[in-house]
Design a protein around this ligand. Structure first.
Ligand SMILES: NC(=O)c1ccc[n+]([C@@H]2O[C@H](COP(=O)([O-])OP(=O)(O)OC[C@H]3O[C@@H](n4cnc5c(N)ncnc54)[C@H](OP(=O)(O)O)[C@@H]3O)[C@@H](O)[C@H]2O)c1
Length: 324
């Protein structure tokens, strides 16, 4: 009898949970790791997804889980070059490996990165061929070191790994993510209670920077990318983002629409002189990822509007259960 292909997702109860579901639905036998069993989503048993508590920094624990190899190894918690070196060795035992990097690896034409003072400036959608940060042994859990650590990890995986797909998402949204960006956006129209189209829903909302266009990455498009890489493992680098980069103010309106706000409030730009403390939306980095390579792999890219409801419904459900 044929056995299911096996997938191991390191740090799989957050942004990668939708990936775990996609793999399980496609017939893979999936194990996800994390530190805290209580954070395992409830639907796990239904899909036969198993949880193993394992600290990502303990390389021996990871190595033991990989054993003689799995068909797909996904690393969602790799930040440091040392971790990438170990992952590269493990990748040689696995059918395929996917490494979650980030758009923070990119530098602009002047060598500035997203966390440089004043930020970076990209005049056109950024392709995977764009230059990435240099490694100067920065602290990887710092603003300076995050992108540099990922960029150096990518180089090590390309040099020493086998069949490693490097995925570069923008800001991730979806159920179970740990950085829930729709929550403060919901609070702008209906603090803490969920958006129900109450009287505040009809007032325009004044925010700083509503015209900034930053690519978004749904957990859904990330899952489709992971599945595509699982099915055709090889060394590659892919930007991963939703189909339609849109101004931040429009994204906020999609969040309110998904929450059932009716009418959906207009967004107006705050005057920085009159309202220096105006609310800021989560999408503040003018940066669009070119996703042609992902599309060329056969991945269909959902729009932000098609996927925003997944996080919003999850947030509102949590709020309702906390309130009851
Ligand atoms: N979120 C974004 O917008 C974004 C954007 C670009 C790139 N990324 C990349 O995506 C990856 C996921 O980051 P995220 O912020 O989105 O988090 P996340 O996936 O929503 O949550 C983190 C996951 O990893 C587990 N985890 C965290 N620390 C761990 C540790 N030391 N050992 C074992 N498991 C651990 C968590 O479970 P426990 O808490 O139970 O341990 C959870 O399953 C990272 O590599 C990040 O650089 C994220």
């Amino acid at each position: 009898m044929p056995t299911s292909p096996t997938a191991l997702i390191l740090g799989g109860t957050g942004s990668l949970w939708v990936s775990a579901l996609h793999l399980a639905r496609a017939g893979w036998s999936v194990i996800v790791t994390g530190r805290e069993p209580s954070r395992m989503p409830g639907a796990a048993a239904e899909f036969g997804i198993r949880f193993v508590a394992a600290e990502r920094d303990e390389e021996q624990a990871t190595e033991a889980l990989v054993g003689d190899g799995v068909d797909l190894l996904v690393d969602g918690q790799g930040y440091a070059p040392g971790q990438a070196r170990a992952l590269a060795a493990l990748s040689r035992r696995c059918g395929g490996t996917a490494y979650l990097s980030a758009k923070a690896v990119y530098v602009d034409a002047c060598g500035r990165h997203l966390n440089s003072p004043g930020g970076a400036h990209f005049d056109a959608p950024v392709t995977e061929a764009g230059p990435t940060m240099a490694w100067q042994a920065q602290e990887v859990r710092s603003a300076e070191g995050y992108g540099a650590g990922k960029a150096e990890s990518e180089r090590l995986l390309a040099e020493h790994g086998e069949r490693v797909s490097v995925l570069r998402p923008s800001k991730i949204h979806g159920p179970w993510v740990r950085q829930v960006r729709s929550a403060p956006v919901l609070d702008l129209v209906a603090p803490r209670g969920g958006a129900t189209g109450g009287s505040r829903g009809r007032d325009p909302v004044s925010v700083a920077g509503p015209d900034v266009v930053e690519s978004t990455t749904s957990a859904e498009v990330l899952a489709r990318a992971v599945l595509a890489c699982a099915r055709a493992p090889r060394a590659r680098v892919l930007n991963v983002a939703d189909a339609d980069p849109r101004p931040a103010g429009e994204l906020a309106r999609e969040v309110w629409r998904a929450a059932g706000c009716s009418p959906v409030p207009e967004v107006v730009p705050a005057d920085p002189r009159e309202a220096p403390d105006a609310a800021r939306l989560p999408w503040r980095v003018a940066m669009v990822l070119d996703t042609s390579a992902l599309s060329a792999l056969g991945v269909s890219l959902p729009t932000f509007a098609e996927t925003a409801w997944m996080e919003v419904e999850w947030v509102l459900r949590q709020r309702r259960s906390q309130a009851s």
